[in-house]
Structure formats: structure tokens, C-alpha cells
Design a protein around this ligand. Structure first.
Ligand code: 26Q
Length: 836
């Protein structure tokens, strides 16, 4: 039956609150020495920087702890409405620097370490990124948590504590090699295990009907193979406001009963294997940023997260409200980060009916008033589907509930559009076919009161395309929430030079109210300010050069234009278009066509999904082009190209402050939003981009004069499909011919003939979905406008200032305020207003 640990409560009058810990340098030094000496057992002979880092991490963590407890009690005592962000990914990066920034103890810690003869930055470098995400979707979740805490909203993150995060990328012979990311090897000072909140998650078995004591017909899930979910909590501090929220990550563990049964049968090896099967669930993050369908382990992860998190919330509710669910929907809201956690819909139904004894109608009334779904992709092939038979084997009770949800939903469709069989077939949660499939996006839409896209264009395209039928049925469910990024990490922390300069001019208010940064626009014509702005950028470019030198052995001259594209490698993001432009510049240099030349340093970085052959080949092409260009003495400083291996959150913290030009090249209508574009803008880079995702809104904010637009619009892309003729495009463009000739004659693969044929064929195919050749001319022309603009130094600096000044909209503080006003309706909670 339902697994519940007995709790023994000890109350001790001796355990009253201690006075708060000193936040100054002397207090930090005292605690640091204690941790270093007694907890970590080190002395003056210690030569591992890991211990120096760990002692400071523990010292800082202590200062979060008081606030964390207070925040928890404030939420429980006030019985306020709570929000939950359910995500298979949280790409947190490093924690130490962010924690110190938000606590306001960076200066004190710098001084403390200085007095101990330690350089704080060296020590911070020892922290390994928490890379529990693939890219945009996972990083967005991390930025959201920072903003929720800063806005003092009672929101908890729920995710998975993967033993292995995003793989580490190495480049060998121009090719991507994946290495495991065992990020927990040296322990994680930021997590706190909470075994007392362990949950039990069922898999397999079957469901059976039975009569309850009161004679009601009920359902139970029996003969299941259960797995324990053990929570690990991570503190999420707000910006200098006393709030510390929680990110709860679940780790899978085998049940004791499991082992016991096998042991009794006398098979030790079998019992250990069974244990592994359970613990495998949270072993590794799937490294695909578009769905890789049909992997049963991935579905186990998804259900594991949904089930453990919902049971956790319901347990807390039952404890406080004593089983009265009248207010549950008014007091709880779950935001689903894409369809990955969408098993939450049938799982909440199961908990409310099977565990809490509710009727279908009551349970459904609660479920579809508490769930909200965010979509992050327009690519139809990336929409999640699960084969029904596989789903039924793994989660029989959940499938039963999904089928019932669908039956009732189809009845609603049929009463809305009587006789419209085709529409019923189109809208069904179950896609018909040889093997029927469960359409997770449809399940999420049917079970949610809110469905949102992540940029204005994306939300518009969703209701016109993928979700059109659903929009016609329920227009009021659909809304837009344009993405953002947190200005704490993405300006204040990663760009101290810029922050100091801005603080001097307009104060520090912008850090928690980014609209205030618009006040620097008034200084865009101030010569002295422009010089200071330029000095900051040049210093940041020097740091980026050092990184490129260290990781790529390529020398970037900071006088050149730093032209950067970093993001997942995907055909729709068109790194290929970027490298075609590079080849074109190389071709011009070789032809001597260099009058009025602007020196350029091109940096490209990002990971390819390990099974995505075309993306991996594009990486190799970039590396081979870089090899040829950088080695050619005729090229010199005119053009440098580098592929940065192992792109990560921490790498971006050095990259975006040192970038002049931000490349946002996706085929229009394909990139849902993009968020890297916002980080670059905030740090004074100018965008060259298509009218796609949030680029459109960036251009609206900064003005068309301060943005380099190019390419087909999404309507033009759609209109061209079917009569696209890339070979005709190439025939009309001598520049593109020059590029194709270099590719075709094997200039970048002299020792591997034919290596890049798949790329050449893709560009020349009339079925190329990404229409690379179609946008080449427009892109090259826009790049020429960039080159000219960069030579007018004063003009460029002015554009740079205006980009930062107009980035206020792209703070996640604005995004989260929108989510809260339109979807969650949570009350900000002052911390400390409740007696402990
Ligand atoms: C699904 C099933 C099985 C295996 C993997 C997946 C999977 C994992 C990650 C599918 C998709 C993702 C990630 C998607 C993603 O990062 N999307 C990006 O989300 C950003 C935040 O909204 C947007 O800015 C980007 O435009 C969008 O591409």
C-alpha cells in the first residue's frame, strides 16, 4: 500500500535560533578557517584548489541557511498560494559567485580571501558547472528561479539530480568527442539531502478494480516495480531580499523490499542488477535538444519526476489542510516546462482519485485548473510522442487515465463540431497508425488552463499552425510570454567592468529593475562615456581572447570585430550559413578583394547531439575551415576563425561581455525565441539576425538602425517551399559560386575526399528545409553593412550603448511578472514577517 515513513518528532528547548552569522570579512575568515581546518582537515600544505573552494562554499552556504529556513516557514505559516516549475532540465552553471552576489558579500569575500593570500577568482574557477540541461530550455528554467526568488514569489523548482550532466565536448581531428560529465565526483556543497521526504514511484504491473469499504468502485495499481525518489534541495537566493527558495532534485534509489525479495530467492547478482535498474533512472541527462522518441528510460525519467513532485506537493497539502482539497486548485499551480513533465496531468488525476478517493469529475476540475503548459518548439518533428503499447507496459494505470481523458475530450470536440470526424482524428491525444502514439503536447493542452509560447512570433505561429484546432476550441487558453534572462548573472556577475560603469552613472537600481538601464541611452552621445564604454569592451575582449587562446590555440586581436555564434549545433540555427560567409571572406582575401577591409575574429561554439550526424559534420567543417584560414599567411589578422570546445554556461559568462556582433541566423519561423541573443544584447553586442523568435522584439526595442536584419520572413519561407531552387540561386550569385567551388574542390578536406558531400548536397537540395542558399546573398550584404559600421568607431559604440540601454524588456523579472499576473496569481511574500 501507500508507502509512508513514520516520523518521530523531537522538540528541544536547547535548539533555539542562533544569532545571524557575520557577513563581513572578519566573520568570513573565521568560518573559512574553521571549515578548512576542521571540516575538510586541511593545513598549510594543502595544494588542491578544491579544498579552498569548498571551504568558501560552505562558509557562504551557512549564510544562506538562516534565510532559507525563514523562507520555508513563511510560506508554510502564511498558507500562501504556491507555484511549482516542473522541468527535466535546470542548467544552473556555477553557484558560488551568484550566491555571493545575491547575498551582497562579494566585496567582503574578496577582501577575506585577499587577507588569507588567496585570489577569489582562482578559487571560483574550481567549481564545476551544474550542467543539468541541454541549452535554452534548461537555462531558462535556471533564470526563472533566480527571478522568482528576486521577486519574492513562493515558487519551487522540481527536477532530476542526474549523476551525469551534459557531456563534455572535446574536439579531436576536427570531430566532436563526447566525454561523461561526472560533476558530483568531488561532492556538491550546495545540495542538502532530505531522505525524510522520500517518495515511492510505481512502474509496470497492472491496474485492478476493487470495492472500497464504503462500497465505492475504486482502482488500484498492483504488482508494480517501485522506485524510491530521494530529494536533494538546492538553495535559490533572491537578490538581496532575504528570500531563499528551493530547487528540489530527485535521485532514484532501489527499495529495500526489492532487494529482500531477490535475496530470499538467493540470487545476489540479480538483486544488485535490479538495484541498478532502479538507480539508472537518474543516471544521465539525455543530450538531445529535440526529442529522441521511443527511449523507455527517458519516459521513466519523465514519469519519475512528475510522480515524485506531485506526491510531494499533495503530501504537504494533506499535512497542513488535513485532506480538505476544496482550495487545492486555488492554492497551487504547476508550470510544465515543455511536454517533458506532462505525465503530471494523468498523475495528478491518479493521486486525487486512487490515493485521495475523489471522483473523476472532482479530480478533473482540480487538475485542469492547476496545470499550465509552455511550448518551446515549432519543429513538428520535435513534438513528443510515445508508442501506446510501450507506454501501457511501463505505466498501465497512467495509460488508462489518458485514454479516459481522451474519450471525454473527443466527446467535447464532437459536440462542438458534430460529425467532423477528420477534426476528431486530428485533435485526438492518440494518433492512429500501425503503432498508435500518444501526443504529449495535446495531452498537455487538454489538461491545462494556460498554454503559452515563448516569443510573440512563436505564440502567433502556434495558434495558426500546430495548435490551430485547439485555439479554435479554447482561444482563452492561449497566450504569449516572451523569454528573458536574469540580469544578475548575465550583466552584474559576468560583466563587472560594465556594471561598475553603469553604477557610477545611474546607481544600482537596474540590477533588480532592468528598465532603469534605459537611462544610459542619454549618455550615448557623451564622448567621455563612450570612451569608458569602449575601454570596458576592449578589456572584456582581451579576456575572451585569452580564453580562445587557451582553448583553441588561436590568437584573436582585440582590435578586430569579434563575431560570435554560440548555441546548440542544429541545422535550423544555420551555423552553416555563418561558415559559408567565412569561406566567402577567405575567398575575397585570396582574390585580393580587400579594399576597406574590417578585420574579423569569428568564434563558433556549441554541442551537437551525439546521434545527429549532420550537426557533427558541420562542426568538422568549421574546424577544417578554421585550420585552413588560420594557417594561411596571406590571411593574417584579416580573418581568424575558432571553434570553442565544450561551450557551457560558464564559457558564456566570458563570451558575451567580449562580443561585438551576435549571430542569430535561424531560418525564420524555426527558433521559438532564443535567449543567447538577449545575453549578447545586454552586454552591448549588436545583433545580425533574421526576423525570427525574440530577434523581432529585440529589433523593436533597439530600433532598426541598431540591428542588422537579413533574410526571408517566415511567410516568405513558407511561400517559397515547393518551388525553391537553390541551384538557380547559386547560378545567379558569383560570391556563392566561389564558396561552393571551394567546398566542391575539397579545399577544406584535402586528405578526406568527399567528406563534406552531405553538406554540399543539403545546400543544393530543393528540399533543404533551412533554405541556406536562399538567405546567403542577404546575409553577406548585411555582414558588409556590419563591416562598414564597425569602422566608424563612434557610431559602433553608440549602437552598442543603445543595445544595452534597450534591453530592459528581456529581464526574466519582466517575464516572471507576466507569468505571475496572467497565469500564477501568486502574492509576493516578504520574508521575516512571520515569527519562527
Ligand atoms: C525530449 C524528449 C526526449 C529527449 C529529449 C527531449 C528534448 C530535450 C530538450 C527536447 C527538447 C529540448 C530542448 C529544447 C529547447 O531548448 N528549446 C529552446 O527553448 C528556449 C527557451 O524557451 C528557446 O529560447 C529556444 O528557441 C528553443 O529552441
Amino acid at each position: 500500500m501507500v508507502y509512508k515513513k513514520k516520523r518521530t518528532i523531537i522538540t528541544s528547548p536547547g535548539l533555539t535560533e542562533l544569532p545571524p552569522l557575520a557577513p563581513d570579512a572578519a566573520g568570513l575568515i573565521y568560518d573559512y578557517r574553521r571549515y578548512f581546518t576542521y571540516t575538510l582537515g586541511q593545513n598549510k600544505y594543502c595544494h588542491s584548489v578544491k579544498y579552498f573552494y569548498k571551504a568558501l562554499a560552505l562558509t557562504v552556504r551557512d549564510r544562506l541557511m538562516e534565510r532559507w529556513k525563514k523562507t520555508r516557514y513563511t510560506y508554510i505559516e502564511s498558507q500562501c498560494k504556491r507555484g511549482y516549475y516542473l522541468s527535466l532540465e535546470f542548467l544552473m552553471g556555477r553557484t558560488l559567485g551568484n550566491a555571493m552576489l545575491n547575498l551582497g558579500i562579494t566585496d567582503a569575500a574578496t577582501q577575506a580571501m585577499h587577507e588569507l593570500g588567496i585570489n577569489l577568482e582562482d578559487l571560483a574557477e574550481a567549481e564545476i558547472d551544474a550542467g543539468l540541461g541541454n541549452g535554452g530550455l534548461g537555462r531558462l528554467a535556471a533564470c526563472f528561479l533566480d527571478s522568482c526568488a528576486t521577486l519574492q514569489l513562493p515558487v519551487m523548482g522540481y527536477g532530476i539530480r542526474y549523476e551525469y550532466g551534459m557531456f563534455r565536448q572535446r574536439i579531436v581531428n576536427g570531430r566532436q568527442i563526447e566525454e561523461p560529465d561526472h560533476w558530483l565526483r568531488d561532492g556538491n556543497p550546495w545540495e542538502q539531502e532530505r531522505p525524510e521526504y522520500t517518495q515511492r514511484v510505481r512502474f509496470g504491473g497492472r491496474s485492478e478494480k476493487f470495492h472500497a469499504e464504503n462500497g465505492e468502485l475504486r482502482v488500484r495499481w498492483v504488482d508494480s516495480r517501485d522506485v524510491l525518489a530521494v530529494p536533494y534541495d538546492i538553495p535559490i537566493p533572491g537578490y538581496r531580499n532575504g528570500t531563499v527558495n528551493t530547487l528540489r532534485l530527485w535521485k532514484a534509489a532501489a527499495t529495500d523490499a526489492f532487494d529482500l525479495g531477490e535475496f530470499n530467492a538467493g540470487d545476489y547478482a540479480e538483486s544488485v542488477a535490479t538495484k541498478n535498474e532502479a538507480e539508472n533512472i537518474t543516471m544521465v541527462l539525455y543530450p538531445n535538444d529535440a526529442s529522441e522518441n521511443g527511449k523507455v528510460l527517458r519516459l521513466r525519467q519523465q514519469y519519475f519526476l512528475a510522480s515524485a513532485s506531485l506526491q510531494d506537493v499533495v503530501d504537504r497539502w494533506v499535512m497542513v489542510r488535513k485532506g480538505d482539497f476544496t482550495d487545492f486548485a486555488a492554492q497551487n499551480c504547476f508550470q510544465l516546462n515543455d511536454t517533458h513533465p506532462s505525465c503530471a496531468v494523468p498523475e495528478l488525476m491518479r493521486i486525487l482519485m486512487d490515493d485521495q478517493g475523489m471522483s473523476w469529475d472532482t479530480a478533473w476540475g482540480i487538475t485542469c485548473r492547476t496545470m499550465a503548459y509552455t511550448n518551446h518548439t515549432l519543429l513538428p518533428e520535435a513534438l513528443e510522442k510515445w508508442p501506446l503499447p510501450l507506454f501501457g507496459q511501463l505505466l498501465p494505470r497512467i495509460l488508462e487515465i489518458i485514454l479516459e481523458i481522451n474519450a471525454r475530450f473527443i466527446a467535447e470536440v464532437s459536440s462542438h463540431w458534430p460529425g467532423d470526424i477528420d477534426r476528431m482524428r486530428r485533435m485526438s491525444i492518440i494518433e492512429e497508425g500501425d503503432v498508435p502514439q500518444i501526443r504529449m503536447a495535446y495531452l498537455a493542452i487538454v489538461g491545462s488552463f494556460s498554454v503559452n509560447g515563448v516569443a510573440a512570433l512563436h505564440s502567433q505561429l502556434l495558434i495558426q499552425g500546430l495548435f490551430r484546432d485547439f485555439y479554435e476550441l479554447w482561444p482563452q487558453k492561449f497566450n504569449n510570454k516572451t523569454n528573458g534572462v536574469t540580469p544578475r548573472r548575465w550583466i552584474a556577475r559576468c560583466n563587472p567592468g560594465l556594471s561598475r560603469l553603469v553604477n557610477e552613472k545611474i546607481g544600482e537600481g537596474w540590477i533588480s529593475d532592468l528598465q532603469q538601464i534605459s537611462r544610459i541611452a542619454a549618455l550615448a552621445d557623451d564622448r567621455e562615456f563612450r570612451q569608458q564604454w569602449h575601454d570596458v569592451k576592449q578589456a572584456n575582449k582581451a579576456q575572451l581572447s585569452a580564453l580562445v587562446h587557451a582553448k583553441c590555440k588561436v590568437d584573436f586581436n582585440p582590435e578586430g570585430l569579434f563575431d560570435v555564434q554560440v548555441k546548440r549545433i542544429h541545422e535550423y540555427k544555420r551555423q552553416l550559413l555563418n561558415i559559408l560567409h567565412v569561406i566567402h571572406l577567405y575567398d575575397r582575401i585570396k582574390r585580393g578583394d580587400t579594399a576597406g577591409w574590417t578585420d574579423r575574429c569569428v568564434l563558433i561554439g556549441g554541442k551537437a547531439a551525439p546521434g545527429y550526424a549532420m550537426a557533427k559534420l558541420i562542426i568538422t567543417l568549421i574546424n577544417n575551415v578554421a585550420g585552413v584560414v588560420n594557417a594561411d599567411p596571406a590571411v593574417g589578422d584579416k580573418l581568424k576563425v575558432a571553434f570553442l570546445p565544450n561551450y557551457s554556461v560558464t564559457a558564456m559568462e566570458v563570451i558575451c561581455p567580449g562580443t561585438d556582433l551576435s549571430e542569430q541566423l535561424s531560418t525564420a519561423g524555426k527558433e521559438a525565441s532564443g535567449t543567447g541573443n538577449m545575453k549578447f544584447m545586454m552586454n552591448g553586442a549588436i545583433t545580425i539576425g533574421t526576423l525570427d523568435g525574440a530577434n523581432i522584439e529585440i529589433r523593436e526595442e533597439v530600433g532598426e538602425d541598431n540591428f542588422f536584419m537579413f533574410g526571408l520572413t517566415s511567410e516568405e519561407v513558407d511561400a517559397l517551399r515547393g518551388n525553391y531552387d537553390p541551384n538557380a540561386v547559386i547560378a545567379c550569385d558569383t560570391d556563392l559560386q566561389g564558396v561552393m567551388n571551394l567546398l566542391r574542390c575539397g579545399h577544406f578536406n584535402l586528405f578526406e575526399p568527399g567528406l563534406f558531400d552531405p553538406i554540399i548536397n543539403a545546400i543544393c537540395s530543393p528540399h533543404d528545409p533551412w533554405m541556406v542558399a536562399a538567405d546567403f546573398r542577404s546575409f553577406v550584404d548585411a555582414q558588409q553593412r556590419v563591416a562598414v559600421a564597425y569602422q566608424d568607431r563612434e557610431r559602433w559604440i553608440r549602437m552598442s550603448i543603445l543595445n544595452t540601454a534597450c534591453s530592459g524588456k528581456f529581464s526574466t523579472d519582466r517575464t516572471i511578472t507576466d507569468y505571475n499576473n496572467d497565469i500564477w496569481h501568486l502574492k509576493p511574500m516578504e520574508i521575516g514577517s512571520v515569527e519562527l
